[in-house]
Write a protein that binds this ligand. Structure first.
Ligand SMILES: Nc1ncnc2c1ncn2[C@@H]1O[C@H](COP(=O)(O)OP(=O)(O)OP(=O)(O)O)[C@@H](O)[C@H]1O
Ligand SMILES: O=C(O)C1=C[C@@H](O)[C@@H](O)[C@H](O)C1
Ligand SMILES: [Mg+2]
Length: 195
């Protein structure tokens, strides 16, 4: 009987991975930075960090509460501090908030200490993922779709400055996205290698 040969693919890896720098997930609200980031960290066996979650637990408030009480500029300052600290503390997967990569100083520190991966998704896909949730203060407007669209148009050229882009279409499961990100990262041996 002939032996069945498998392609060498991220999903077949059993020997583990060597992560050389923190992978920083960037992209719009609903891109899957948190959901894909958590599953990616589990796949690679590395810590998962989320700047939004860190800010919420440090403040003991939700992001909408922080925006309401202290304002967006305060949140952005905290976000930069948290991203800087997390990049210094340990290597892992760092999911950022949707606006984090817009700040030039954040892009500089991410480029210096990590590798940025843009999780790209079409506007309509993002909208279906965020429309029923009230957890994004920037979308608390009279026309949240129009707000999402204008943020999308303004931000896409900035996200495109990430080191790598991984596309998510409407049908892509979170596990599939993890496979796509792993494959993209393995093409960058300065970031990720098989053991
Ligand atoms: N590829 C995917 N397939 C199916 N569902 C997804 C996918 N990516 C994300 N989702 C779902 O979309 C919703 C938003 O995802 P998530 O919270 O990870 O986005 P985010 O990029 O972290 O957004 P934010 O910038 O607001 O933190 C979640 O319910 C998540 O499970
Ligand atoms: O896109 C944004 O600017 C934001 C996205 C979320 O992750 C949070 O960081 C906050 O709601 C702001
Ligand atoms: Mg998130």
């Amino acid at each position: 009987m002939s032996e069945i040969k498998h392609n060498t693919h991220s999903t077949d890896t059993q020997g583990g991975f060597d992560l050389h720098k923190t992978v920083v997930l960037v992209g719009m609200m609903g891109a899957g930075k948190t959901a894909v980031g958590r599953a990616l960290a589990a796949r690679l066996g590395v810590p998962f960090l989320d700047s939004d979650a860190e800010i919420e637990s440090a403040a003991n408030m939700t992001i909408p509460e922080i925006f309401e009480r202290d304002g967006e500029p305060f949140f952005r300052t905290k976000e930069s501090q948290v991203i800087g600290r997390l990049l210094d503390e340990q290597k892992g997967i760092l999911s950022t908030g949707g606006g984090a990569f817009l700040q030039p100083e954040n892009r500089r520190i991410i480029a210096e200490k990590g590798a940025a991966v843009w999780l790209r998704a079409d506007l309509n896909v993002l909208w279906t993922r965020v429309r029923h949730k009230d957890t994004r203060p920037l979308l608390r407007t009279a026309d949240p779709y129009a707000t999402l669209k204008s943020l999308y148009e303004a931000r896409v050229p900035v996200y495109a400055q990430a080191d790598l882009t991984v596309d998510s279409d409407g049908e892509t499961s979170i596990e599939n996205m993890v496979g796509r990100v792993v494959d993209a990262l393995l093409a960058r041996p300065d970031v990720l290698e098989l053991k």
